[in-house]
Write a protein that binds this ligand. Structure first.
Ligand SMILES: Cc1ncc(COP(=O)(O)O)c(C=O)c1O
Length: 355
């Protein structure tokens, strides 16, 4: 663990906390008082510091802007009923960031910087963690290449940064999603299994087209056969068909979601039958037709569970059972919320208390 002395801390002289009702702010727009920064140069991580949240002056030739060496994570801190602040499975985010770093030819971040930096940052900004039942502090660790030069090559310098923003419920209502056939999120041998910024940039146009048709998100299918569903927007995808929880098996075109893994673990703990395998759109449509498609939902850090109320496929809309009639997803959603608030037995040791 990095000693706090190695992280130079410059606290803000004027907290902005009193300006907001942090239990009631729009997602992703209001940032906590401080940010953590680590700089990489000459083949090693050197300076680590925490400073007041601020904009940075930068060169228009910044490598990340042109060649996309940019990766990120999304994770959350929760305040328990007794006032402690805990992170949910932070080592999974730490490991996934480094998987992304390797794939994007970027340097790995050591644990003492990722976890150590996060701990120090949260100690300073613990007042920014919402106390409401559905509230949390969304944490965005990210790394960008910072060479100031035009020319395609892996950068020699990088910055690893952590910023935080208070968050409430992500989707207020169940979502309507469209199965996308023409555009693909990721391809075999590509970067779909990591959190590279470009994955998100390329998803925006097809998502915009789906939104123009009245859907909130798309369901991505595999680019090789166009037959199998992979993810929904920026979430992993799950179905309950009959009594079985089904989700696409992981591959190099699917991001290994931490919420996905958690929901599968809880389902198994509860004795539910779980299958991780290829799921074709035909299978989903057949289950809808014969009445065995009970639930469909996305899983991800931002929303935890995003209930899917209808699926668009070709020119048809397939409505799903009402949320009140779903047995599994509302229950697992509530269980994870209570676990994060310290109200459930943390049998898998998923929570890491930081202050
Ligand atoms: C493409 C994609 N799939 C799935 C997820 C869900 O992952 P997690 O549950 O770790 O947030 C995310 C969000 O990080 C994502 O961006």
């Amino acid at each position: 663990m990095i000693a706090s002395a190695e992280i130079k801390i410059t606290p803000t002289t004027k907290s902005r906390l009193s300006e907001y009702d942090i239990n009631n702010v729009p997602f992703g727009k209001i940032f906590a008082d401080h940010m953590f920064v680590a700089e990489y140069e000459n083949g090693k991580w050197s300076k680590c510091y925490i400073q007041p949240y601020q904009d940075v002056p930068m060169s228009y030739a910044l490598s990340a802007l042109h060649y996309g060496q940019a990766i990120f994570e999304g994770m959350k801190a929760y305040k328990s009923d007794d006032g402690h602040v805990s992170l949910f499975r932070p080592y999974e985010n730490f490991n996934r960031l480094n998987k992304s770093a390797i794939r994007m030819a970027m340097p790995e971040v050591p644990e003492e910087i990722f976890i150590g930096g996060l701990r120090e940052l949260l100690k300073l900004d613990q007042g920014w963690v919402p106390t409401s039942d559905t509230g949390s502090l969304y944490i965005r660790p990210f790394m960008i290449s910072t060479d100031e030069a035009i020319g395609v090559k892996a950068s020699d310098t990088y910055k690893f940064i952590i910023i935080c923003c208070p968050a409430g419920k992500y989707y207020a209502e169940p979502v309507k999603v469209l199965i996308e056939h023409h555009y693909f999120r990721s391809v075999r041998g590509g970067v779909g299994y990591v959190k590279a910024a470009g994955n998100y940039g390329r998803s925006l146009y097809p998502t915009k087209l789906a939104q123009e048709k009245g859907f909130q998100q798309v369901i991505w299918t595999d680019s090789e056969t166009n037959k199998y569903v992979e993810e929904s927007g920026t979430m992993n995808l799950m179905f309950v068909i009959g009594d079985t929880l089904l989700t696409p098996a992981l591959s190099d075109t699917i991001l290994a979601g931490i919420t996905r893994d958690s929901v599968l673990a809880v389902a198994r703990d509860w004795g539910m039958k779980v299958e991780e395998r290829k799921i074709s759109t035909e299978e989903i449509m057949a289950a809808h037709a014969n009445g065995t498609l009970k639930e469909a939902f996305g899983t991800g850090t931002a929303a935890t569970i995003a209930h899917i109320r209808a699926i668009g496929y070709e020119d048809n809309l397939y409505e799903l059972p009402a949320i009140e009639d779903r047995k599994f997803s509302p229950k697992v959603d509530e269980f994870l919320r209570n676990l994060r608030k310290g109200r459930e037995n943390d049998m898998h040791h998923w929570m890491l208390q930081v202050c």
